[in-house]
Design a protein around this ligand. Structure first.
Ligand SMILES: *[C@@H]1O[C@H](CO)[C@@H](O)[C@H](O)[C@H]1NC(C)=O
Ligand SMILES: *[C@@H]1O[C@H](CO)[C@@H](O)[C@H](O)[C@H]1NC(C)=O
Ligand SMILES: *[C@@H]1O[C@H](CO)[C@@H](O)[C@H](O)[C@H]1NC(C)=O
Ligand SMILES: *[C@@H]1O[C@H](CO)[C@@H](O)[C@H](O)[C@H]1NC(C)=O
Ligand SMILES: *[C@@H]1O[C@H](CO)[C@@H](O)[C@H](O)[C@H]1NC(C)=O
Ligand SMILES: *[C@@H]1O[C@H](CO)[C@@H](O)[C@H](O)[C@H]1NC(C)=O
Ligand SMILES: *[C@@H]1O[C@H](CO)[C@@H](O)[C@H](O)[C@H]1NC(C)=O
Length: 451
């Protein structure tokens, strides 16, 4: 090749590199910035289906300068929270990709890392209203260019949830939807609705709680509030401070993981309206009648299917349980047990469902259950996975008291009802459980006429 061919090649490569470099990146700061503190700077990174990996930095003042922002499409804003070390949030690309996979929208990642990176959390809280005002001005610009606020969805994580609320309030609740992922608690708990997220901030507000005893918010803030695993401690998250930083953020961050699972269709968790997690675990809230044929709301991105009924209900508090890792969803069964022992029995039940070598397990051990002669005890069994078909069932009874004489639980009838497929209740009649040992049997369809 002649030297000028090399030159052409070089120029071509340089042009490619230059093109690649035009992708806007989320601001990457470090602990140094966090110690010095940063003041608010809002950058808006646009992703679309045409350009899902390379962001365009939007101008706040001139929307015509960015033809990729197509205001005939709906727009989803993604707003992060506190960044104590200044690093970019690890989940932001996954969330962007999955939203774009679901819907042809403009995804605008709000990068307010300058403002969120500060070792002093109180300063960052002060910055949330400033960030909110800035985003509000941008949305007003969008409206001037024909954008409709009702087609805007804001997904706010932690402090980002309250920022979404401020933006929504500034726009008189005209925004279509706010999804709040574990809205921040500290400095917001106990404040009035003007100083935090509330249901008037958008046409529809859905909220997930995963860390309400530490970084998250305890009370309901939306039209529907989902409390995952009770809303405070998440399975698989460290319980002691010796696990380092993940002890502080694991429960809080799980909110994003659960939302990603709902977007990805890896999981569909029904959430049951209930006044407390205890009642929920006790199986007192398994009825979904108020939602008609749709059944209880499914947590996550698709809860908009329940929007009209939820708006009528006002504020609905719901509970669901998850596994420790993806796929997070569990499978629920209502289990009704009737015994014929003369004396009442107290204890814990473990149930396994078997199919073709796979086994799903439910430990009903949040507290000991009471069984009485000829009286039905209702249990809520939550299996770590679903099995296609139930070939065999194993049941174990234990009192949790190793030094007492072993008890027998004489079961007159045990009935398992899949909460999604209520038609196919499975039964077993007359089986005796020896304490601490599995009894395995083939279930049969229940004969309602017998009872
Ligand atoms: C929003 O923030 C950007 C960057 O921080 C700034 O250029 C712009 O003027 C701000 N807009 C308003 C309305 O404050
Ligand atoms: C993708 O975005 C980059 C950065 O704004 C831009 O240079 C490029 O032209 C865009 N590509 C398409 C196909 O829109
Ligand atoms: C906005 O951007 C367009 C396209 O780049 C440009 O033609 C126009 O002059 C800009 N307007 C202002 C007020 O800067
Ligand atoms: C903007 O989006 C609408 C709706 O998806 C589409 O019909 C239209 O062609 C798009 N316009 C441009 C310039 O891409
Ligand atoms: C989405 O689901 C697939 C499997 O269905 C999984 O491999 C992938 O990691 C998931 N992505 C996210 C971001 O959760
Ligand atoms: C919101 O309501 C206030 C007071 O009624 C009004 O001044 C303001 O223009 C409204 N803003 C929007 C975006 O509708
Ligand atoms: C049972 O499991 C085996 C091994 O996992 C698999 O090859 C087979 O297709 C399964 N059979 C049915 C009926 O699901």
């Amino acid at each position: 090749m002649f030297p000028w061919s090399y030159l052409t090649l070089f120029l071509l490569i340089a042009a490619q590199v230059n093109k690649a470099q035009r992708c806007a990146e989320f601001t990457d700061l470090n602990l140094g910035h966090a110690f010095l503190g940063t003041s608010v700077k809002v950058r808006l990174l646009l992703y679309t289906r045409e350009n899902s990996t390379c962001a365009t930095l939007l101008s706040h003042s001139n929307l015509s300068a960015c033809p990729q922002l197509n205001l005939s499409r709906p727009t989803t804003f993604i707003i992060h929270g506190y960044r104590p070390t200044g690093s970019p949030p690890v989940w932001v690309h996954d969330l962007t990709d999955l939203v774009l996979a679901r819907k042809d929208v403009n995804v605008i990642v709000v990068d307010w890392n300058h403002g969120a990176a500060n070792v002093n959390y109180l300063k960052v809280v002060e910055n949330t209203k400033k960030a909110g005002a800035n985003i509000t001005a941008f949305i007003e610009k969008m409206q001037e260019h024909g954008g409709s606020p009702s087609s805007i969805h804001m997904i706010g994580v932690s402090l980002g949830a309250h920022i979404s609320g401020f933006v929504g309030a500034n726009l008189n609740g005209s925004i279509g939807r706010i999804s709040a992922l574990d809205p921040a608690g500290p400095q917001f708990t106990g404040t009035g609705p003007e100083d935090r997220l509330d249901p008037t901030d958008a046409e529809f507000v859905d909220v997930l709680h995963t860390d309400m005893d530490a970084l998250g918010y305890r009370e309901p803030l939306g039209h529907i509030d989902f409390y995952a695993n009770g809303g405070a401690d998440q399975p698989g998250c460290p319980k002691t401070i010796f696990s380092g930083t993940s002890y502080f953020k694991c429960d809080h961050q799980r909110s994003v993981g659960l939302y990603l699972g709902s977007l990805n269709h890896t999981c569909a968790s029904r959430a049951f309206p209930c006044s407390s997690n205890t009642d929920f675990l006790d199986g007192k809230c398994l009825s979904c009648d108020q939602f008609g044929a749709a059944g209880c709301p499914v947590f996550g991105y698709d809860v908009t299917q329940w929007k009209s009924i939820l708006l009528k209900l006002g504020q609905t508090k719901t509970f669901f349980t998850t596994n420790a890792e993806s796929p997070y969803c569990i499978t629920g069964y209502q289990v009704d047990v009737m015994i014929w022992n003369m004396e009442p029995r107290q204890g814990y039940i473990t149930i396994k469902l078997h199919y073709n070598g796979t086994e799903a397990v439910a430990n009903i051990d949040h507290k000991s259950s009471e069984f009485k002669k000829n009286k039905e005890t209702r249990l809520f069994a939550q299996f770590d996975k679903d099995v296609e078909q139930v070939e065999k069932v194993s049941v174990k009874f234990s009192t949790g008291k190793p030094f007492q004489p072993k008890y027998k639980l004489r079961i007159l009838r045990i009935r398992l009802t899949h909460l999604e497929l209520q038609a196919t209740a499975l039964c077993r009649y007359d089986v005796t459980l020896e304490e601490n040992s599995d009894v395995t049997f083939r279930p049969i369809p229940c004969e309602e006429s017998n009872f």
